[in-house]
Write a protein that binds this ligand. Sequence first.
Ligand code: 7TS
Length: 414
Amino acid sequence: MPQAVKDIPVLNVEKIREDFPVLHQQVNGHPLVYLDNGASSQMPVQVAERLDHYHRYEHANVHRGIHTLSQKATDAYEAARPKVAAFINAAEEHEIIYTTGTTDSINLVANSFGLTHFSEGDEVILSEMEHHANIVPWQMVAEKTGAVIKVIPVTDSGELDLEAYKKLLTPRTKMVAVVHVSNALGTVNPVKEITDLAHEAGSVVLIDGAQAVPHQKVDVQEIGADFYAFSAHKMFGPTGFGILYGRKSLLDGMPPYRGGGDMIDKVTFEETTYNVPPFRFEAGTPPIAASIGLSEAIDYIGRVGMDQIEKYEAKLVEYAVEKLRKIDGLRFIGEAEERASVISFVFDHIHASDIGTILDKKGIAVRTGHHCAQPILRRFGVPATTRASFAFYNREDDVDRLVEGIEYAKSFFE
Ligand code: 7TS
């Protein structure tokens, strides 16, 4: 079995960092400062070792082998379902669909639910701060069905304009699809209120939780959302894997999105009948190891403690905002009252990619660009921002290095 996992009774950042070997390297001659967690978080050794153990000793295809190894692999693969259900407080494990990530989860709903429920003139409400993954699939389905996309505007501080949202809801609203935490602004949206309002208007709701699940407790029953999507690689797990939570009563009535092995009940050339959810939506050999890796990542998060993570990151982000605010010429893009571990900023006369390149020379990894959220950057009149995004293994020292790096970058343009 993999090495016994380390006990972490309180959030001790130095102890936690021992579990992330990737953080202990030099980049361009400097100790790495990793502030690109919004794109992909790092993996603790416990997850890496669990993946290694699976590949060395447990690998077999799932759901189809009578032999012992296949049964073992199936058990380990399926174990993520109840674990994820408990992690987001889903009512039952069959509401958890394995996908390849948030993008895949949203495409599944857009195609399976959207293509069958939308008709000419129906309305889909998105927000101005969506990632392209929560825009483009709806546009593609709207094009096929004649549905119309409406957009909730964002205020100057980077919050959703809820009064405008209320006015957009009509009896024709069939779907409200909104991000929980914005990857470009860091705004935490009031998803329960948004969901309640949508339900009052008779609409179904999808929440894009890609940037929420690594940073805060998510309770899908409390939010009341019908669908909730997220990715394993942003929550200390492997790439190529993600989750779609779907309300059972809706999933039962949804057709498959992809055809193939595993998603069927009976196949003849005349007619095919389909498996029950979630298997109906999981055609073909899945990312078996990745599911096992996600289980381990959820265990790891559980040992650190989501309450601890929330508290720790809130303090760290507050520290970062205060330090960055003091830098002459720096302008935040997104200053919502409720914000998570993402800070975006610009300088009027320095391009974000220049800042990012110079920071990299100092070993500091940030993301620059439009963050796959072009409409919201357009809303703020900027082509790109520099974005620092945090995880619970970041420290105040990382923030200090970032501030020093930005001052250094600025000195080239003065
Ligand atoms: N939704 C949000 C809010 C995201 O931040 C991302 C990825 C996605 C959806 C898509 O997730 P995927 O795992 O299917 O790719 N966001 C980012 C980012 O901010 N930088 O790189 C990827």
